[in-house]
Design a protein around this ligand. Structure first.
Ligand SMILES: Nc1ncnc2c1ncn2[C@@H]1O[C@H](COP(=O)(O)OP(=O)(O)OP(=O)(O)O)[C@@H](O)[C@H]1O
Ligand SMILES: [Mg+2]
Length: 252
């Protein structure tokens, strides 16, 4: 099957920091891929290159067969790439409903009833419908993370990029979020999920990649990737800040 997303020989440096070094990576349509890697490995930078916030120094990015390497972020959103941000970025003064509605308008050019219907459907799927009229600024962390997912969904993506949406949540909250993401995947959406809370990934994705030093150091079955000596070394050297539920803990 032709890949939905294909990164070929991507290279990107910030001065002396190299976040991608001739990296090649593909995601199949409807695939759920987990990405792990130490802090500063370049995971969020990779998403920025896929979503168009950052341009690679070299290499090509294809989505659905089209070269999107130089495409503007809004063009990529309209092509079907949705993303969340590691630090949630809602419009604080708008309600939950309005936040998602804006994404339908801007990301998918939906108007009138179609935009309203998409918004309601997304709020139902992400469990936010009861909070539709609450200003985003009043939401707790779990609901803010749900809203990030909902805003990405509002653009009608075929592929959604999730950047640490489980970070900072309690264990029951992580499980609630896993349920939401699994459901989206079941409905046929492609998912790439960067996460330090690796047990959430293991419950959700069919394939895992570990990034370090600007390259893919392991790629395959999630349990096998986590058992890979190179991956263990990277995480077990991560120190106490790795925290509860991270790869370091799962691998003990
Ligand atoms: N716009 C930028 N300008 C300069 N340096 C940057 C920029 N964006 C990222 N970096 C640097 O690139 C490296 C990778 O950052 P990135 O945020 O991609 O890592 P990450 O793997 O997402 O880390 P974390 O797990 O902590 O979220 C870091 O050293 C960071 O300081
Ligand atoms: Mg990051």
């Amino acid at each position: 099957m032709a890949p939905l997303l294909h990164l070929e020989n991507i290279t990107k440096s910030f001065g002396r920091v190299t976040v991608a070094k001739d990296m090649t990576l593909s995601v199949a349509p409807g695939e759920a891929l987990g990405i792990v890697g130490p802090n500063g490995a370049g995971k969020s930078s990779l998403f920025a290159m896929i979503s168009g916030d950052l341009r690679p120094d070299r290499g090509t990015i294809r989505f659905d067969g089209r070269d999107i390497t130089g495409a503007a972020p809004h063009a990529r959103t309209r092509a079907g790439i949705g993303r969340t941000y590691q630090v949630p970025r809602p419009f604080e003064h708008l309600t939950v409903f309005e936040n998602v509605l804006v994404c339908g308008h801007q990301g998918a050019r939906l108007k009138g009833r179609a935009a309203w219907q998409r918004t309601m459907e997304v709020l139902d799927r992400t469990g936010l419908a009861p909070l539709a009229n609450t200003p985003a600024g009043r939401l707790g962390l779990l609901q803010r993370k749900r809203l990030e997912v909902a805003r990405a969904m509002g653009t009608g993506p075929r592929l959604v990029l999730l950047d640490e949406v489980a970070g900072g949540l309690t264990e029951p909250e992580v499980l609630e979020l896993v349920t939401v993401v699994r459901q989206l995947h079941t409905e046929g959406l492609g998912i790439v999920w960067i996460e330090h809370v690796v047990h959430a990934l293991v419950k959700t994705v069919g394939r895992m990649v570990c990034l370090a030093g600007g390259d893919v150091v392991a790629d395959g079955d999630p349990v096998e990737v986590l058992a890979d000596p190179k991956v263990r070394e990277l995480y077990l050297g991560a120190g106490p800040e790795a925290g509860a539920g991270t790869a370091a803990e799962v691998l003990q």
